[in-house]
Structures are given as C-alpha cells and as structure tokens.
Design a protein around this ligand. Structure first.
Ligand code: NAP
Ligand code: ZN
Ligand code: ZN
Length: 363
C-alpha cells in the first residue's frame, strides 16, 4: 500500500507498507507487523533483504536493556540483499547488484569525525539502522528484520563476490566491531591478543586477528567452545572459570577485546595486559562494570571502548574478508524462530551467529 507523507519541512515523500518483525514493548515477543518505507529519493538505494544477522544488540534494544527504545522496534543491522531500484542520482549501484547495510544509515557528513570517515562517532549524532530518529519520515528507523530497506547510497556497501552471502551478513556488525579496534591498536605479527567471549563478535575477532598475523588467545566460559576455538584459528584457549589457566597469561597480552554481553569480572581480563597494554570493551552489558584501580595502575594499562566502524572502514573490512576468505560461522533460522533464538543467545548457545533467511517473512 502506497501513501504520501509530508515531512516537518513540508516535503512530500511517498511511502509503502512492507512486512517486518518487531517488538511492540520491552516485555513483548517479536511478531509480524507492517512498517512504512520511503520510496527511493534521488540518492537512495532500495534493497530487498535476503539475510539478516541476529546481533546481541538487537536483543538488548528490543528488551530496552539500554533504555531509550522507541516502540515498535524492528531490529537488525547485519543486512545483505539485492538492489531492486535506485534513485536518479545513484551511480555505485544498479538493480540486481548485491549490497549490504550495517549499523549506520546516515550521519551529519560534515563534522570533523564524519570527514575523517569516523561516522560512528559523528558529533551531532549518526543515524543508526534501527531505533534512531528517521530524518526522512520522522519517528524511528526500522532495521533488517523486514522485507526491504531504503538507504542513501553513501551508506550502502559492496559485498565481495567470492563469499557466501548469508555468512557475510554478520560481518556488517560483528565483523566491523572487532576489525576496527584490531586495526586501531595495530594488531599484527608479534602481538599477543586475547579475545574474551566467543559469541558473534568474539568468533569474528578470532578469525580477523589471526588473519592479521597475531597470536590469538581465546577466553571462554563455555567448555563446549574450547576445542572449537582452535578450529576458528586460536593458538590457545583458556577456560576463564579456571584460575590456574587464567594465571598462565597474567601480564602477557598486548591487547584484549572484551565482547561479553552480560555482567562479568573485567578485572580478571585487565590483569592479562602487559606493560602499556590496552583492553577495548566492545561488549555492552546492561549494568556497570566494576574496575579496580590496581587492575590499571600496574603496567600502565589502558581500558578503552570501541564502537562499530565507519563506512570506509566497513568496506575495507569486507574487502579484507573477501581476500582472506573469511565469513561468519552461522546457524540459519526462519524469522518465526526469532524469539527462541533470543533465548538461546542469552545462554551463549549459538555457534556463532544466527542469520535469518528473510524469505521466511514472505510465508
Ligand atoms: P553473543 O553472540 O551473545 O556473545 C556474547 C558472549 O559473551 C557469549 O557467547 C559468551 O561467550 C559470553 N557471555 C555471555 N554471558 C556471559 C556471562 N554471564 N559471563 C561471562 N561471559 C558471558 O553477543 P554478540 O552479538 O557477540 O555481542 C556481544 C556484546 O557486544 C553485546 O553486549 C552487544 O550488544 C555488544 N555489541 C557492541 C558493539 C559495539 O559497537 N561496541 C557492536 C555490536 C555488539 P563464552 O561462551 O565464550 O563465554
Ligand atoms: Zn550489532
Ligand atoms: Zn558528523
């Protein structure tokens, strides 16, 4: 169903209703709903969504764990699909091309950070793929658990042709969120890197750090992931619940990525850093973490954070994955299984990313 929407500035924008899956409230199960998408403006690309990864941030947001969720909430920011139409000024894409969209669909494009390709840190604020103010239609943006999405050309990414499309989807968040800090902290040959929490983000961190030439040590709470981590490329694996195993790496690592989604003892991982080592937190648990002064003071350690990655860096990451043949390990689900998938995500019971076959939404 097509409709015409008048924006606050008085511009008329055509919209059309598309099927989606989302949450109507923090304690509601996700269910099928209808949302409005704008019809492409001159710089827009319209994409039929084929696959969408399921990030733990989708769950945090759908359940309002970070507060500020606007309902209805349609999550999903690991999107790959086929271009169905493009606006008159679009030059990079044509109908039939494969394309991808990650966590960002727009930014101010003018601030010093945007100019440096750091749109994720845009000063006035970037536009996230879901749960952000929609510049075109007002209200909130809706993510990839939907039939299609319309995104301005500059925020649409090219997919390497040699990779399995469904397994590429998780690269759009889990891939870039680990690639960006690995690059920023100069991970490469001669560096010992720890990856904590082997979920969607963590398992990508292992593959990427290994491909960059680092020695990679995995820290997991799940005995079932110990043998598997070596298959992913880890040089060694530590069951983090075993203090003796943890002691082996105390003060030994140059860099650590912490990708844990729930409350945990961050001090245990800060203590792994050698002199001038850094720990980058990418996991975003609902409640604050307690940092002890003496986890940082000895060895002049740094405790940092990192947020996804900019558009150019996301394309660089996709091209790097194409070159090194890196994709996510996935378990494909239908959209109707999303609530069950969220429960399994909470138990760490996925190796290592659910990807929704969006054809199931057409049923
Ligand atoms: P995920 O697939 O659910 O993985 C999280 C992993 O954390 C689990 O597999 C588990 O690993 C570990 N874990 C879970 N509960 C734990 C607990 N109680 N104690 C210790 N370890 C626990 O999640 P994800 O999609 O990778 O996302 C991870 C976190 O990063 C989420 O908080 C997400 O919102 C956040 N995130 C941040 C950014 C960013 O820009 N910074 C981007 C995307 C996501 P083991 O089984 O190996 O212990
Ligand atoms: Zn994500
Ligand atoms: Zn900006």
């Amino acid at each position: 169903m097509e409709a015409v929407k008048t924006t606050a500035e008085g511009t008329k924008i055509q919209t059309k209703a598309v099927k989606a899956f989302g949450a109507a409230a923090a304690d509601a199960q996700l269910q099928q709903m209808s949302i409005q998408r704008r019809t492409p403006t001159p710089h827009d690309v319209e994409i039929e969504i084929l696959y969408c990864g399921v990030c733990h941030s989708d769950l945090h947001t759908a359940r309002n764990e970070w507060h500020g969720t606007i309902y209805p909430c349609v999550p999903g920011h690991e999107i790959v699909g086929r271009v169905v139409s493009v606006g008159s000024h679009v030059t990079k894409f044509k109908p039939g091309d494969m394309a991808a969209v990650g966590c960002l669909v727009d930014s101010c494009r003018e601030c010093e950070y945007c100019k440096e390709g750091l749109e994720q840190y845009c000063e006035p604020g970037h536009t996230q793929t879901y749960n952000a103010p929609d510049k075109h239609l007002g209200k909130q943006t809706f993510g990839g658990y939907s039939e299609s999405i319309v995104v301005t050309e500059g925020f649409v990414l090219r997919v390497p042709e040699n990779l399995d499309l469904a397994a590429v989807a998780p690269l759009l968040c889990a891939g870039i969120t680990t690639y960006s800090p690995l690059k920023h902290w100069n991970v490469g040959p001669g560096k010992k890197v720890g990856i904590v929490g082997i979920g969607g983000l963590g398992h990508m961190g292992v593959k990427l750090a290994k491909a960059m030439g680092a020695e990679v040590i995995v820290f997991t709470t799940s005995p079932s992931k110990v043998a598997d981590a070596k298959r992913l490329g880890a040089d060694d694996v530590v069951l983090s619940t075993d203090e003796a195993q943890m002691a082996k790496y105390a003060g030994k690592l140059h860099f650590v990525i912490d990708a844990v989604s729930a409350a945990h003892n961050i001090n245990a991982y800060l203590n792994l850093l050698r002199i001038d080592g850094s720990l980058a937190l990418v996991g975003a648990p609902e409640h604050p973490l307690k940092v002890e002064a003496f986890s940082l003071i000895p060895y002049r350690r740094s405790f940092a954070g990192s947020m996804i990655g900019g558009i150019a860096e996301t394309q660089e990451m996709l091209d790097f994955c194409g070159k090194h043949n890196i994709v996510s390990d996935i378990e494909m689900i239908n959209i109707q299984q999303i609530n069950e998938a969220y429960e399994r995500l909470l138990k760490g019971d996925v190796k290592y990313r659910f990807v929704i076959n969006m054809a199931s939404l057409k049923k």
